[in-house]
Design a protein around this ligand. Structure first.
Ligand SMILES: Cc1cc2nc3c(=O)[nH]c(=O)nc-3n(C[C@H](O)[C@H](O)[C@H](O)COP(=O)(O)OP(=O)(O)OC[C@H]3O[C@@H](n4cnc5c(N)ncnc54)[C@H](O)[C@@H]3O)c2cc1C
Length: 418
């Protein structure tokens, strides 16, 4: 019997394991791949993510390597107009970003906080279930190799197509009508570009851009309208992705952008349909059942507009660590009925935040990408006047801190010390 089993060693799974470790709980992380996977190459981390990483005690490892992105230039491909957007608007201080980091660096910074035997690779789960033992719910994990693992608490951090979310009865994510390509370009002699974001917006919701990560590495991306099916042949075929971007999707983009795409490290290229869970399915869905819950994309897959999926997965981890940790410290262990209550409290803390994030990001992507008169009318009369500031403020959310055993000792809440 494991104390806590976490499915998935992505951002949500590793961050949750770190949060639990910091409150004294050992978790077993099950990952289907044979190592850490950094699909997507890089991601933007905003002030809310840095506050969460502070609570997890790992932010210093990354803030010392990556600089803040100070300014963004947005070029309208149709009119040629270039707009300068200072990203200082989202800054709190030099440590709080926004910063672009290698996904691998983030995953490694989290993983190295954990004991080596706590992540079990090549461990795919096929199904989960629940049994009752002496009145307490026990989670049962069925592995692909036929073995079974039992746990007092089970947290599904298994991404968009989560086995745990579907066991909870959550609706499958839906296609947003757009797909995205991401990759890393490497210039061994240095790219000599300033630390600025360059974005290009075109007709029919097409958006592309690049951002330097280090003196040698650049992250580039492109998103465009695409049917739910019909582009499947691109997934897992990096040579074809690169060719399609250069010869088709980005053929009218500046030579600099095309040159960056040509310098791609092919192993980092990925093509993915952009999906999200309908916000009302999160607002009213079963996000936990007894001692089983979900976090990260498994709970709230969202479109990447404003880059909040990974940031909010870090928030989830801290919230889980706080609710499970407080109960653990106060009861001197993981007490089954108390765990069900702790997970229910976690869900209530996260439910409306996740609902608002999915809605705000979808609206932001829809409004910025649409070219019909309805979208333009909504954008000019409602979105920028009433909604934009509110949506933009989502990245200043503070998910709070983890409880410390010492604080609970002082308040006399810890049963072990009573
Ligand atoms: C184009 C694009 C750009 C983005 N940009 C940003 C950005 O700038 N900033 C940001 O914060 N977010 C961004 N995101 C969102 C971000 O990538 C995700 O929200 C984040 O990776 C979610 O992390 P996760 O750990 O929940 O899920 P995942 O990263 O998907 O991890 C899930 C893990 O579970 C494992 N797993 C799955 N099923 C099983 C199973 N059955 N058994 C065992 N293991 C399993 C997987 O192998 C994987 O390792 C972007 C997303 C896209 C698509």
């Amino acid at each position: 019997m494991e104390e806590v089993v976490i499915v998935g060693a992505g951002i949500a799974g590793l961050a949750t394991a770190v949060a639990l470790k910091r409150v004294g709980i050992k978790a077993l992380v099950l990952e289907r791949w044979d190592g850490l996977r950094a699909t997507g190459a890089a991601l933007g981390l905003f002030p809310n993510a840095w506050l969460a990483l502070d609570a997890l005690g790992v932010s210093h490892k990354l803030t010392s390597i990556y600089d803040n992105v100070e300014v963004a230039f947005v070029t309208n491909l149709e009119s040629g107009a270039i707009q300068q957007v200072p990203s200082a608007r989202t800054n709190v201080d030099a440590q709080s970003g926004p910063k672009l980091v290698h996904r691998k660096a983030l995953l490694e910074a989290l993983a190295e906080e954990l004991p080596t035997d706590s992540i079990r690779f090549s461990s795919k789960i096929n199904a989960i279930g629940s049994i009752t033992d002496e009145g307490s719910s026990i989670a049962v994990v069925h592995m692909e190799d036929g073995s079974v693992i039992k746990a007092k608490v089970l947290i599904g951090c298994d991404g968009v197509h989560s086995v745990v979310a579907s066991w909870l009865g959550l609706a499958a994510p839906v296609h947003s009508g757009r797909s995205a390509v991401r990759g890393l370009a490497v210039f061994p002699q240095g790219h000599r570009l300033k630390h600025e974001t360059h974005q290009f917006v075109g007709a029919a919701g097409r958006r592309a851009g690049f951002i330097p990560l280090t003196d040698k590495d650049l992250y580039w991306f492109l998103s465009c309208s695409s049917p739910a099916e019909g582009t499947d042949h691109l997934a897992g075929n990096p040579e074809l992705i690169q060719k399609e971007v250069i010869e088709n999707y980005a053929k009218d983009l500046p030579e600099l952008y095309l040159d960056i795409v040509k310098h791609s490290d092919l192993s980092t290229l990925s093509w993915a349909p952009l999906v999200f869970r309908q916000p009302w399915k999160v607002a009213f869905g079963n996000l936990s059942k007894q001692n089983i819950t979900v976090a990260g994309d498994a709970m709230h897959p969202m479109t990447p507009d404003l880059g909040q999926g990974g940031c909010s997965a870090l928030e989830d981890a801290v919230a889980l660590g706080r609710h499970i940790g407080t109960s653990f410290i106060q009861n001197g262990g993981l007490v089954p009925n108390e765990m069900a209550r702790a997970l229910a409290n976690y869900v209530e803390e996260r439910r409306w935040r996740a609902t608002w994030l999915i809605t705000g990001l979808y609206l932001s992507g829809w409004v910025q990408g649409g070219s019909s008169w309805v979208v333009k009318l909504f954008r000019d009369t409602i979105f920028y006047r009433f909604l934009f500031r509110k949506i933009f403020s989502i990245n200043h959310y503070d998910c709070g801190k983890l409880p410390s055993i010492a604080d609970e000792e002082q308040t006399g809440n810890n049963k072990k010390f009573k």
